[in-house]
Design a protein around this ligand. Structure first.
Ligand code: BMA
Length: 824
C-alpha cells in the first residue's frame, strides 16, 4: 500500500445542500422550489429560513404546517473527491430523521429507518474522481408509520399517531405539551471517513476510583479492512500510557491504565467535578491509524434497592455518600431539536443548577441528546438518568423494529456510559405501568408490547457493554413482582392529583422515590403573548386552545385552583393565579416528600423545560423564561429547609440539611394573627446531622389554632431569617386582606433593586418582570411578608425600563388579590 498518511481522515459534507419537496399535499408556493438546506438541520428550519412557511409555534400555524409530515423530501449536494490513498471510504451519518434512501452518484447505498442511531457504509465502489452527487430522499414519516403499524398490528397508546411503529422521536408526533412537527432531515453531522488497515469502531470507557488513585478501563473494538495485522491500542490519561496489542485475528481487547492520584467527581452540591482527558490511539508500528478522545470522571454510583422493613428503597449513593435526588424531567428543548446548540444546553442546565437541582431525567418520549448535553452535565455535576426511548405505548417486538432497537440501544449505551454524570439507564417511560393498569392486556390479546426489550434485551446489553451502570426496568417500577407503581417499592409516578384530586392529597402518599409528578400553568406572559395573538385573549380563546395540549387541560387547571382561590376575573389574573397555583402545588409536594427522608430519597418533577410556547407542567417556558414554579423548586430544593408538616394529628417542624456540615440552632415557634399579633410562642434547640432531616415537635399550645381563617404558624431559625410557614385555612377561606405594600425601585448595575415593605400580611409577593421588559429576570419570587417585613428583589434588565413598571399592578402580584370575590 503506497500511502503518504495512515491516519483516518474525516471530512464533513455539510455544504451545498439543496432541498426539494416530493410527493405529498405540498402548497403550490413550495412545490416547484429548491431551497438552500442547512446540514445538520431539518426541513422546517430550511423552510423558515426561506420564509416559505409561517412560524409553526405561533397561533394555529401548527395545523398550517402539518402537511410537512405527509410529504417526501429530498436533500442533494455535490462534493469533489479524489483518491487519497486510503482503501476504505465510509459515508457516515451520525443521524438521519428518519426513513431515507441515500444514493451516491445514483446508486442506492443505504436505507435508513431509525432516527436514534448512526449509519456507516463503505462507498469506495461508488465514488468517482471529480464531482460526486449525494442524495438523501426521505419518505414522509406519517404514512410510513401508518403502513408499518398495519403490518405490526395496532397497539394501545394515548395519542392518535402510531409513533411506536417507527423509531423516531415519539413526541415529534405531538404530546400533551408538544406541538406535532413530524419533520425530516439530516439532523446530525454527515461525513466521509477514509481509512486503511483498521479503525476504532467502539470504545467502552469506565473510570473507577481505587483508593486515592483511579483506573481507566477501555474496551476497544476495531474494524479491520482486509487481512489482519497486529495492532497497538494505546490508552493515555493525563500523561501516563498503557498499551495492548491486538493480534491479527482479534477485534476486541481491553487496555487498562492506573493513575496514582485522582480527585473524585461529585454531583452538584456535593463537591467538585474534576474531569480527566483520556485518549485511545490505534497504531500499527509507529503509524497512528486513528484516535478517540473523551473526558472521564472518577466516581462510584450505587442504587440501594435491597428490601428493608418499609419496602424497597431506591436510594442513590455516589462515592459511598447518600445523595438526595433533587430532580426534573427533561424533554427536547425545542420541538425542532437541531436548533439547540451547546450554549442553549448550557443556559438551560445552568438554570437547573440555579434552582438547586442535581439530576435531570432524559425522558423516553424525546431524543438521545447529543454529546454537548451530557458534556455540560459532566461539567456542572448535573446527574443524568437516561430513559431508553419508549414512552406510554406498547411497542412491537417484531422485525425490523426489533433489530433497529438493538442497534440503537447498543450504540447509545456505549456512548452514554462514558459520562460521569450518567447514574441510571431506564427501560421506558410508563410502559410497564401502562401494561398493568391501562387496559393494554385486553387490547393486545397476546400481541407483543415490549417486554422482551425491557426485561431481556436491555439488561443483557447493559451487562455486556456497561456492567458498572445500573439499569431499571421502567419508570415507574417496583422490584420484586410488586405492582409497578406501588409506593412502598422503587419508583412512583403520582398523577392522580393533577388529573383528579386536589394537590393537598400528595400528603397522603409516602413514596420511596417520586420519578414524576407535576402541575400545569401557562407560559410567562411575554412568551404566551408572542405565541398567541388572540383578541380578546381568554383562557379558551382559539390560540390558547392550540397551546394547551393536555386532555381537559383547562378544566383541570380550574378544578385544581378552586379549592384554594376564586375564579379569576380577567385574563391577567387568570394567568397569575394558574402560575401561582402550579408553584404551590409542586412546592407543597416537594416539602412533603423531602420531609420523608430517609424513607423518600428523591423527587423528579415533571418537567423542567418546554419545546415551544405552551401551557404545560414546565418550570421554564418555551422561550426560556422562568415561571414562578422555578422559584418554588429553588426554595424547596435549597440546601437547608424548614417546613411545618402534620404528623400523627399534630404539627412538627421538619428541618432538612443537604450539606456536609451538621446544622444546629434554635427554632422559634410563633402562632400569630393576620394582624401581626403574637398569640403563642415557644422555642426548641435542634441539631440536624449532615445530609439528613429531623423533626422537631411544635409545642402543643403554639400549634393549637384559635381562628383558622386568620392565624398562621411560623417556625424561624434564630438569627437566619430562614423559616417555614403554615396556614390553617385555604386562602379563599381565610381572612387574608388586601395587600398593603410600600415599594421603592433603585437603579443598580445591570438592572434595578425593588424593595417591598408590607403593612399587612402579604402572601407570595412575585414580580412578573417579563411584562416590564421581555429580557428582565428576577432573583426571587413567592415571598410571604408578615406585616412590617421588607424584602428586596434584584431584577436584571437592559437600560430603559421605567422604574414604575417594575411595581405596576400587573407586574407586582400577590396571593392576596386572588382571595376576594370578583368585584368585591
Ligand atoms: C407522564 C409523562 C409524559 C406526560 C406527562 C404529563 O405520563 O411521562 O408522558 O407528558 O405525564 O401528562
Amino acid at each position: 500500500m503506497s500511502t503518504s498518511h495512515t491516519t483516518l481522515m474525516r471530512r464533513e459534507l455539510h455544504d451545498g445542500w439543496q432541498l426539494v419537496a416530493g410527493s405529498g399535499p405540498v402548497p403550490e408556493s413550495i412545490a416547484d422550489r429548491t431551497f438552500a438546506a442547512t446540514v445538520p438541520g431539518c426541513v422546517h428550519v430550511d423552510l423558515l429560513a426561506a420564509d416559505a412557511i409561517p412560524d409553526p409555534y405561533l397561533d394555529n400555524n401548527e395545523a398550517a404546517t402539518a402537511w410537512i409530515g405527509l410529504t417526501d423530501w429530498t436533500y442533494t449536494t455535490t462534493f469533489e473527491w479524489k483518491a487519497d490513498g486510503h482503501a476504505r471510504q465510509d459515508l457516515v451519518f451520525d443521524g438521519l430523521d428518519t426513513v431515507a434512501t441515500v444514493r451516491l452518484n445514483g446508486a442506492p447505498v443505504l436505507h435508513s429507518q431509525n432516527q436514534h442511531r448512526s449509519y456507516r457504509v463503505d462507498v469506495r465502489d461508488h465514488l468517482v474522481e471529480g464531482t460526486n452527487t449525494l442524495e438523501v430522499a426521505f419518505s414522509a414519516p406519517i404514512p410510513w408509520a401508518n403502513a408499518r403499524s398495519l403490518e405490526y398490528g395496532a397497539r394501545p397508546r394515548p395519542y392518535p399517531l402510531p409513533y411506536e411503529a417507527i423509531r423516531k422521536s415519539a413526541c415529534s408526533f405531538g404530546w400533551d405539551w408538544g406541538i406535532a412537527t413530524y419533520t425530516s432531515g439530516i439532523w446530525r453531522p454527515v461525513a466521509l471517513e477514509s481509512w486503511s488497515v483498521a479503525r476504532i469502531a467502539e470504545v467502552r470507557l469506565h473510570a473507577a476510583p481505587t483508593g486515592t488513585g483511579g483506573r481507566v478501563t477501555a474496551t476497544v473494538v476495531v474494524e479491520r479492512d482486509g487481512d489482519g495485522t497486529d495492532l497497538d491500542v494505546v490508552l493515555r490519561a493525563e500523561g501516563p500510557a498503557a498499551v495492548a496489542t491486538f493480534a491479527a485475528d482479534e477485534a476486541t481487547g481491553v487496555v487498562e491504565l492506573t493513575l496514582p492520584e485522582v480527585a473524585l467527581w461529585w454531583p452538584a452540591g456535593y463537591g467538585e467535578q474534576p474531569l480527566y482527558e483520556v485518549r485511545v490511539e490505534l497504531a500499527v508500528g509507529d503509524q497512528e491509524l486513528g484516535r478517540h478522545d473523551h473526558r472521564v470522571g472518577f466516581r462510584t454510583v450505587e442504587w440501594d434497592t435491597r428490601p428493608d422493613e418499609e419496602g424497597t428503597p431506591f436510594a442513590l449513593y455516589v462515592n459511598g455518600k447518600p445523595v438526595l435526588v433533587k430532580g426534573v424531567n427533561w424533554i427536547p428543548d425545542d420541538a425542532l431539536p437541531v436548533r439547540v446548540d451547546r450554549s442553549r444546553y448550557e443556559r438551560r442546565l445552568r438554570q437547573a443548577l440555579a434552582a438547586n437541582l442535581n439530576l435531570v431525567r432524559v425522558w423516553g418520549g424525546g431524543i438521545y441528546e447529543p454529546e454537548e448535553f451530557y458534556d455540560v452535565c459532566d461539567e456542572l455535576g448535573m446527574l443524568t438518568w437516561q430513559d431508553f426511548l419508549f414512552a406510554c405505548s406498547a411497542y412491537p417486538e417484531e422485525e425490523p423494529l426489533r433489530s433497529e432497537v438493538e442497534a440503537e440501544t447498543r450504540e447509545q449505551i456505549v456512548r452514554l456510559a462514558a459520562h460521569p454524570s450518567l447514574v441510571l439507564l431506564c427501560g421506558n417511560n410508563e410502559n410497564v405501568w401502562g401494561h398493568e393498569d391501562w387496559g393494554w392486556k385486553t387490547y393486545l390479546d397476546g400481541a407483543t408490547w415490549g417486554a422482551y426489550y425491557y426485561f431481556e434485551l436491555f439488561p443483557a446489553l447493559v451487562e455486556e457493554l456497561a456492567p458498572h451502570v445500573t439499569y431499571s426496568h421502567g419508570s415507574p417500577f417496583s422490584p420484586g413482582g410488586q405492582h409497578p407503581n406501588e409506593e412502598a417499592h422503587g419508583t412512583q409516578h403520582l398523577w392522580e392529583q393533577w388529573n383528579r384530586q386536589d394537590y393537598t392529597t400528595y400528603a397522603e402518599h409516602r413514596p420511596r422515590f417520586v420519578a414524576e409528578f407535576g402541575w400545569q400553568a401557562p407560559a410567562a406572559w411575554t412568551t404566551m403573548r408572542r405565541a398567541v395573538s388572540d383578541e380578546p385573549l381568554t383562557p379558551e380563546s382559539p390560540g390558547m386552545i392550540v397551546h394547551q395540549k393536555a386532555l381537559e387541560g383547562n378544566v383541570k387547571l380550574t378544578n385544581g385552583l378552586l379549592p384554594h382561590f376564586r375564579v379569576p376575573a380577567d385574563m391577567d389574573t387568570w394567568h397569575w393565579a394558574m402560575q401561582l397555583n402550579q408553584a404551590h402545588a409542586v412546592g407543597f409536594a416537594l416539602d412533603h416528600f423531602r420531609s420523608l427522608l430517609p424513607r423518600c430519597t428523591g423527587a423528579v418533577v415533571w418537567q423542567l423545560n418546554d419545546c415551544w410556547p405552551v401551557t404545560s407542567w414546565a418550570a421554564i417556558d418555551g422561550d426560556g423564561r422562568q415561571k414562578p414554579l422555578w422559584y418554588a423548586l429553588k426554595q424547596a430544593f435549597a440546601p437547608r429547609v424548614v417546613s411545618l408538616q402534620p404528623r400523627d394529628g399534630a404539627l412538627t417542624a421538619v428541618l432538612g440539611n443537604d450539606t456536609d456540615e451538621e446544622w444546629t440552632g434554635r427554632l422559634e415557634f410563633r402562632r400569630l394573627g393576620f394582624d401581626g399579633a403574637t398569640l403563642a410562642e415557644g422555642s426548641a434547640e435542634f441539631a440536624v446531622p449532615a445530609r439528613a432531616a429531623v423533626t422537631v415537635a411544635v409545642p402543643v399550645d403554639v400549634a393549637a389554632v384559635g381562628e383558622p381563617a386568620s392565624e398562621l404558624l411560623a417556625a424561624t431559625v434564630t438569627g437566619t431569617g430562614q423559616r417555614g410557614l403554615r396556614f390553617f385555612a385555604e386562602p379563599r377561606d381565610s381572612r387574608l386582606g388586601r395587600a398593603e405594600l410600600d415599594t421603592e425601585v433603585m437603579p443598580v448595575d445591570g438592572g434595578s433593586e425593588v424593595r417591598v415593605t408590607a403593612r399587612s400580611l402579604v402572601r407570595d409577593v412575585t414580580l412578573l418582570v417579563d411584562k416590564a421588559h421581555p429580557d428582565a429576570v428576577v432573583d426571587e419570587a413567592l415571598v410571604t411578608l408578615l406585616s412590617g417585613e421588607t424584602t428586596t428583589f434584584r431584577v436584571t434588565h437592559p437600560d430603559g425600563v421605567e422604574p414604575s413598571r417594575l411595581v405596576a399592578p400587573d407586574v407586582l402580584r400577590t396571593a392576596n388579590e386572588l382571595v376576594p370575590r370578583a368585584g368585591a
